[in-house]
Design a binder for this molecule. Structure first.
Ligand SMILES: Nc1ncnc2c1ncn2[C@@H]1O[C@H](COP(=O)(O)OP(=O)(O)OP(=O)(O)O)[C@@H](O)[C@H]1O
Length: 254
């Protein structure tokens, strides 16, 4: 059901925290817990983060995997750098659409600390210094004033994760209300444009005909509505056809 978005500098302890959280939920709840992340996707750090197109594809794959996993019961933990504000906003739209709560866990480290952990890793797990520096420079830190970055749990290297608060944020909170842009739109019929055009023409014809005999204050019925004429302007063009303009308010729905 709920989503935990982990974010932080490269090599800031994100996977370590994701695993701690999984272990906590496994031990204390009946829910299945999935970690979705660079590791599970087999992301080759120094290739992907050196190429913006590849990086974009990886982000899209991670988001798609999160979307597939989100359901009513399970906990999904997204373990990646998640350093782009706009991407975190997209994830927020996803949870709004799925009608489930989320929270952010931010592994806050200095770049010196992360760089030193990076250098102590096995060579095949290390970020190259260039990629590491570029990711640190591009990092857009989460801000709890943004609804997509909230609730935000900021974790320093010697902190214990606040398991209960995280669990409450995920399991005891209501999902954010959906808005139109995150709701599926009903399928329109294949001849929707034709129908729209036909009804618009009918409405215009009714108004046009009614204007010949109506004065402001009169009611005009058009398909689906009763309109009240508020004002009326008539003028003749050089071609002697009458152009009519007027203002109407909706007085009722039929
Ligand atoms: N809280 C911590 N205390 C001490 N060492 C830590 C801590 N967190 C991480 N490390 C060290 O950093 C290394 C990387 O940790 P981890 O894989 O969790 O980072 P990550 O942010 O997931 O990395 P990546 O950006 O590659 O996904 C660990 O192997 C460990 O040596």
């Amino acid at each position: 059901m709920p989503l935990v978005v982990i974010c932080g500098y490269p090599c800031s302890g994100k996977t370590k925290r994701a695993e701690e959280l999984k272990e906590y939920f496994d031990r204390n709840t009946e829910r299945k817990v999935y970690i979705v992340g660079d590791g599970a996707l087999g992301v080759e750090r120094n290739t992907v983060y050196a190429d913006s197109q590849k990086e974009k594809e990886v982000r899209a794959s991670l988001k798609a995997e999160v979307e597939r996993k989100l359901n009513k019961d399970d906990v999904v933990i997204l373990d990646s750098v998640n350093y782009i504000k706009g991407y975190r906003y997209e994830l927020f739209c996803l949870i709004k659409h799925a009608q489930t709560p989320h929270c952010l866990v931010y592994c806050l480290t200095s770049d010196e600390q992360s760089s030193s952990w990076n250098r102590s890793r096995n060579a095949d797990e290390q970020y190259s210094q260039d990629i590491f520096d570029a990711l640190v420079q591009r990092f857009e830190a989460p801000d709890s004033r943004n609804r997509w970055d909230s609730p935000l749990f900021t974790i320093l290297k010697d902190d214990n994760l606040p398991f209960e608060s995280i669990s409450d944020a995920l399991l005891k909170r209501r999902a954010p209300p959906p808005n139109q842009s995150t709701q599926s739109q009903p399928l329109t019929s294949v001849n929707f444009l034709y129908e729209l055009d036909k009804i618009t023409q009918e409405v215009l014809m009714e108004i046009f005909n009614a204007q010949k005999t109506s004065v402001p204050g009169d009611f005009i019925s058009v398909p689906g509505l009763i309109l009240k004429m508020l004002s009326f302007d008539g003028c003749r063009s050089r071609l002697k056809s009458t152009r009519v303009f007027g203002q109407y308010s909706i007085a009722g729905v039929i």
